[in-house]
Write a protein of this length. Sequence first.
Length: 167
Amino acid sequence: MERLFERLLFATRWILAPIYLGMALILLALGIKFFQETWHVVTHITAISEKDLILSALALVDLALVASLVVMVMFAGYENFVSKLDIDADTAKLGWLGKLDAGTLKLKVAISIVAISSIHLLGAFMNLPQMDPQMLLWYVIMHLTFVVSALLMGVLDRISFASHREH
């Protein structure tokens, strides 16, 4: 009875598989939005100001970072929690695949959030004349919260796993 329960419990990890497939659909949506924004910039290049071009470039960098984050979570999460990816030897393999445990993945997500927040904060500073000072203050507070959280996660990761990494 116990063995059957354990097998059933272990098999439930496959419930995550459709979630990772859904993340692939989000990746597709991000790609469509990226090229839609790129097309908009290219077709209006003579009409937009330098500031608007920079803001558009920041938006594209933001989309690329979010898409990269989705790929990292999708593959590392699948490999850590569902099943190892069975990739042929002749297929291109991601260098980090198989090396991200759950703790490292969380740290990389936190660092990515800081980078995305930095881009949003830079965009807010580019629109400084139109920004409400109170809203700008909240952007800075949120960004600093993300930075401190990522730093603390890194410190905790180093403390928690220091003994494992020495070997």
